[in-house]
Design a protein around this ligand. Sequence first.
Ligand SMILES: [Zn+2]
Length: 151
Amino acid sequence: MTTVLVLNAGFEPMHRVSLQHAVKMLLRGVAEVHEADEDSMFGPFPRPRVLRLVRYVKMAWKYRRTGRMVFSREGVKVRDGYRCVYCGKPGDTIDHVVPQSRGGATSWTNCVTACRRCNQCKADRSLAELGWTLRVKPAEPASLPRLALAV
Ligand SMILES: [Zn+2]
């Protein structure tokens, strides 16, 4: 399915929506086209690839009382810029670096964004077994501005 990336008004990537949902957002006037496929039309619009919200929306990610950010799968994708950490192509799945079957935690430091191909290829193996390396060591995002810069 074709999805459209939604950017916050400050250009931070937020999440992906379906093309139908993206067009509804345009019709409601809550977002504008940031990047589009000019050669193909979807209804009255050039087919959008990236939308930008008209008004700034505060990210719904939560901080614990300790100031640490609560883990979220969407947050991992935003942190990694929706790119596969293994091959650098667009990615939309979450991979456990140390597989869950081997006790790997669902956490900021063990979860990364991966494309379907790499995720399937990696399966339940460790990086050492595959000879793969991480382009960036996964870490808990410290703050949203740093996230925006990392993309
Ligand atoms: Zn990949």
